[in-house]
Ligand binder design. Structure first.
Ligand code: DQA
Length: 140
């Protein structure tokens, strides 16, 4: 399978950012582990703090790839534009969150993306991404 992980704003700071919520492992280090764990899958990674760049990336790969795993960060709760991009493509998308957004402030409870994603995984730390890969392996 060819998969793309898309991380949105502030997720470039994983490992340093609010470690009590997001842990102390950088995404780059985690990605090495993930790729080792799934050597038969091509796992690409893209991170941007810019909404339009995330949309461009979804358009670029969204008609050819087997799946997208997206953690849109705070854009999850604000971006109709990213939701429209997900609706526009044919590749399935799984929404992930490191934290359990439903245990946090009310503003984080609503997701523009959930209605247009295949499913949602939240609250398992960085393991949320691994569980999304497992989900793609199940549904393919
Ligand atoms: C997050 C949760 C969002 O509410 C927050 O804005 C993030 C990270 C998570 O992975 O838990 O940036 O998506």
């Amino acid at each position: 399978m060819k998969l793309l992980i898309v991380n949105g704003p502030n997720l470039n700071l994983l490992g340093k950012r609010e470690p009590g919520i997001y842990g102390n492992v950088s995404f780059e280090d985690f990605l090495v582990e993930l790729k080792n764990e799934y050597p038969s899958h091509a796992i690409d990674y893209f991170q941007s703090n810019i909404e339009g760049e995330i949309i461009d990336k979804i358009h670029e790969v969204g008609f050819e790839i087997d799946g997208i795993i997206i953690n849109a960060g705070a854009y999850t709760h604000t971006s109709l534009a990213i939701a429209d991009a997900i609706s526009a493509i044919s590749s399935p998308v799984i929404e992930v969150h490191i934290s359990n957004v439903h245990q946090r402030e009310e503003v984080r409870h609503y997701s523009f993306l959930s209605p247009v994603c295949k499913g949602v995984i939240a609250g398992f730390g960085l393991d949320s991404y691994r569980l999304a890969i497992e989900a793609f392996r199940e549904i393919r």
